[in-house]
Design a protein around this ligand. Structure first.
Ligand code: SAM
Length: 274
């Protein structure tokens, strides 16, 4: 409808290529957002045809994000959040949850997709402790040294580094484990790393089919083994209950059912730097 036209220009008011799908906009489709185009919806529909539970998984991913940020801000005294690959603003963003727990919280959103900045600016204008930066996680030192990141985050104090649903958009050649190490080494003791990722399931062939479809249509979407995911937490103390399917990480209400196979397709956890 005409009141919800997506912003189709980047921060410099250059037109955004709407005919090439992007991870941020495909994820926006999953979350029933309005900031996506036909090319993005085609990828989302093809993924949902392979794994219809992907919509639920996206919602579980957001719900776990809310629980982790609330826990770290309210219980562990974390006031700084570096949300890498933050995606388009959606219902309840990191800064809303963090600020509820601690009005002094600072949140820096980083994403490679300029549409995130275009939408984020408007929403975040009223929040001086929050900013949105366009940068590429594959250059982690540029992210860490970015003036807008440095303006809000004090790297002498504990930080929560968030890599939520983003590392599967990096190929093996791009060395996600090496990038995680750079980030881990940049934050002080008492910092946290929060990671969720697509996980390969030996008993669920659709996880391989989905990887193939995403790599073909989107260009990224590397599904990793539980061992590969555990490797991202090297040198960290993993908080209970460990690396688990998203709904099982400290659920607000006890989970009684066994987790359906398809929801196990995404796993996550939180590690503390000793
Ligand atoms: N973190 C949010 C969440 O979990 O709800 C959004 C996840 S979304 C699936 C992945 C995001 O990572 C997209 O917005 C995409 O643009 C971003 N992304 C992918 N590659 C990136 C890179 N190299 N640097 C920064 N952001 C990247």
């Amino acid at each position: 409808d005409e009141f919800h036209q997506p912003i189709a220009t980047d921060e410099f008011h250059q037109p955004i290529a709407t005919d090439v799908p992007t991870a941020a906009r495909v994820y926006d489709v999953m979350l029933n957002g309005k900031d996506n185009f036909e090319a993005d919806r085609e990828v989302a529909e093809a993924s949902l045809a392979i794994m219809p539970e992907l919509r639920d998984i996206a919602l579980h991913n957001r719900a776990m994000l809310h629980r982790v940020v609330r826990h770290l801000a309210a219980e562990e005294g974390i006031t700084q959040f570096l949300d890498l690959g933050s995606g388009l603003p959606t219902v309840r963003n990191t800064h809303e949850v963090a600020l509820e727990a601690n009005p002094d919280a600072r949140v820096v959103y980083v994403d490679i997709d300029p549409i995130v900045l275009a939408h984020g600016r408007a929403i975040l204008a009223d929040n001086p402790g929050t900013t949105v930066v366009t940068a590429d996680l594959r250059e982690p030192n540029e992210v860490l040294d970015h003036p807008e990141v440095r303006a809000l985050i004090d790297f002498d104090k504990p930080v929560c580094v968030m890599l939520v649903g983003i590392l599967h958009h990096l190929s093996d050649e791009e060395d996600p484990a090496g990038i995680v190490r750079v980030l881990r080494d940049a934050v002080p003791s008492g910092s946290y790393m929060f990671i969720t990722n697509f996980t390969r399931l030996s008993d669920a062939p659709e996880s391989a089919a989905l990887e193939k479809q995403l790599l073909q249509q989107l260009g990224t979407g590397r599904v990793r083994t539980p061992t590969e995911l555990a490797g991202f937490f090297d040198g960290l103390e993993v908080l209970n209950p460990g690396l688990v399917p998203l709904p099982l990480w400290r659920p607000d209400t006890p989970v009684t059912d066994t987790t359906p196979v398809d929801v196990r397709f995404m796993t996550g956890g939180v590690g503390r730097k000793p």
